[in-house]
Each structure stands twice: as C-alpha cells, then as structure tokens.
Design a protein around this ligand. Structure first.
Ligand code: MRU
Length: 337
C-alpha cells in the first residue's frame, strides 16, 4: 500500500502538487497550469526528490504544449533551470524533447501528455521492482537507517529507499527503521517518519548526530538511501549527510545500499566531482520554521547534496537488478546500452 500522492492531474489536466513544505501537519495542494509556476514549485521544494522532480517537469512540458504551445522551447529552458543536481530532471526533459521533435504539431499536446503519464506510471513500476531486489538483500529481523525522504513523496509513488524498506517490511524482515531528521529541510522528520507511520512500519527519528552512536552499538544492519545522480563509476550524489553516514557505516561494519531507477544514472559522467551540487540559500540553515536561530548576520554553508564514493557502497539496486562492486564494470554491464 502507498497512500500518498505527491503528483496528480485533475479533470482539467492541471497539475496538482501536494505542498511537501507543509507536511506533516497540513495537506495543502497547489493547482498549477503553467510552466513558470511548475518550475518555481520545483525550485521552492513544493515537490522534491529526484524522480518526482523529473515527473513534474514532464507534466510541465505537456501542460505547456496544451496551453501555450508557442512557448514550448522556453518551457524546456525554464524547467531545466529549476534545480541542478537530480539528473532525473534532465533525463525527463530530454525524453520529452526527443518526442516533441518528431511529433506533428497537431498531435503534440496529446502525445506529450501521454508521455508524461507514461514516465509517471513507469516510475511506480520501477520502484516496486527495485523494492523487491533491495529486499532480497535484507535478512530477517533487520534494523535499517534511512536519510532524507526517498519514499512515495519523492517519486511517482512507492519510493526508492523507502520502497526497499516497504517491500522488506511486507516480507516480515524489518524489526526497526530509523529516519535521520535531515537538516535543513527536515525531510526525514517531516516526510519519512510520516510515510512510515502511515503504514505502521516501526520507525524512530534520529537526529543526525546520533547515527554514530547508534552504529557503534551495533544496532543497525543496513543504511538504505536514494540518489539524485549516479556516475558511471558509481559515485552517488544524494542529500547532504549521506556521505557522513557512508563513512560511519563502513567504520562500523554496517552495510550501505543505494536504491535508484536507471533514470538517476548519468553515464556521461565518471567521477562524483563532475556532478553539479546545488547550493541553497543561507537562511535555510540559519533559521527554522521562519524563525532565526543563529545570530543575526551569521553566515552559513548550505550544499544540498554530497557525493559518496563507490568504495563505501555495498550495493546499488535499480529496476533492472542488483549492482555489486566493482561498480565501474557492473554498472556498464547492466545499464551500458
Ligand atoms: O532536496 P531534495 O529533498 O529534493 O533531496 C532529495 C534526496 O536527496 C533524495 O534522497 C533523492 O532525491 C532520492 S529520492 C527517491
């Protein structure tokens, strides 16, 4: 079961986005029907999570084709500028562009809407497949730790890392899940804890600094995270703090799994240093819920993602299967074409 719908269309073919900034206390929906506001919704974190961003952008293009066909080229540009790190955004736009290029004008709106719906539906199907692959690596009575939100809210539905946890829980393998709170946007506290609680999956929230102590006590078997971009060599960009967890996990013998669809792989890049890392505004760190918490004028850093190198990863699962080290050879073997 996955009852959360972050992205939907209404009867007028307008985009209905659950405003994730207000969760878990309010379930507000924004109804959007032009590409500028759809791009802004991505930038402003109304919708977030790599696959969900890609799906939203695809709908943005389809809606533009239906309502402002003369602006389609600009829509591709504006949506591509909404966030830089998750490659799913560029993957979805490229897929829509390729189709737009070969579709006669009279059929453009209908064809692009069908394609956006297909991207959305495929993502759910892929999540379920990778959920099963990931769950097959987990043994009975396991405790897992996840970071950020890689669930139904971050995808077309079901989730990548949370998809693995959902599937493993359905198989009776999960004794306990921990969600790292994930400063500064608190996706773990607000979204992951909420999603897991809705399905009665036992979850405890952990402030980020508690992970080392938890791992040291031998209480975690697997760290399971999603990804925003994975290079050909297996360098993984994901929410800031993922790298810290990977280092800690390796030090304490905790296994580390990344779950992501093939649309998250960027085989044009080799090394993680080539991945553009989004820098977000300082106020997201110096304030909490709109309230200043740091001294006035205090500067802050706010990189939104970090890169985990392949040597710290035990398994990457995608809809096509399980990829084990050596990643350079095995990613190419599974996804090379
Ligand atoms: O800044 P966000 O909330 O978009 O970051 C999301 C993440 O880093 C997720 O872990 C990643 O996109 C995988 S989602 C299935």
């Amino acid at each position: 079961m996955h009852s959360v719908h972050a992205i939907a269309l209404n009867h007028h073919n307008q985009l209905v986005l659950l405003d994730q900034r207000k969760l878990p206390h309010q379930a507000d929906y924004l109804i959007l029907d032009d590409y500028h506001t759809i791009a802004r919704a991505i930038t402003d974190m109304v919708v977030r999570g790599a696959p969900a961003i890609g799906i939203t952008a695809a709908y943005g293009i389809a809606i533009c084709a239906a309502r402002q066909p003369n602006e389609l080229n600009n829509a591709f540009t504006v949506l591509a500028e909404s966030r830089p790190t998750a490659v799913n955004l560029f993957w979805a736009l490229k897929r829509m562009q390729n189709l737009a290029d070969k579709t006669p004008a009279a059929q453009l709106a209908q064809t692009l809407m069908a394609e956006a719906k297909a991207i959305h539906a495929e993502d759910i199907q892929f999540n379920k497949a990778m959920g099963d692959f990931g769950a097959s690596l987990i043994t009975a009575d396991s405790t897992v730790y996840t970071h950020c939100n890689a669930g139904a809210l971050a995808t077309g539905g079901y989730g990548t890392a949370l998809g693995v946890i959902r599937s493993a829980f359905a198989q009776g393998k999960i004794k306990q899940a921990y969600a790292g709170e994930t400063r500064p946007w608190l996706q773990g506290a607000r979204l992951t804890a909420w999603e897991l609680m809705q399905e009665n999956i036992p979850v405890k929230l952990s402030c980020e600094g508690a992970s080392g102590q938890l791992f040291r006590k031998g209480e975690v078997n697997w760290v399971i995270v999603g990804a925003d971009r994975i290079t050909a060599q297996g360098h993984v960009a994901n929410k800031i703090g993922t790298y810290n967890l990977a280092v800690l996990a390796r030090h304490h013998g905790v296994k580390f799994m990344v779950a992501a669809p093939s649309s998250t792989f960027d085989l044009s890049l080799q090394h993680g240093d080539e991945i553009p890392i989004e820098d977000r505004p300082m106020h997201e760190v110096t304030s909490l819920n709109g309230q200043q918490i740091a001294p006035q004028g205090c500067e802050a850093i706010n990189p939104s993602f970090d890169v985990t190198p392949p040597e710290l990863i035990d398994a990457i699962v995608c809809e096509k299967g399980i990829i084990l080290p050596p990643f350079k050879q095995n990613i190419l073997a599974l996804l090379g074409d």
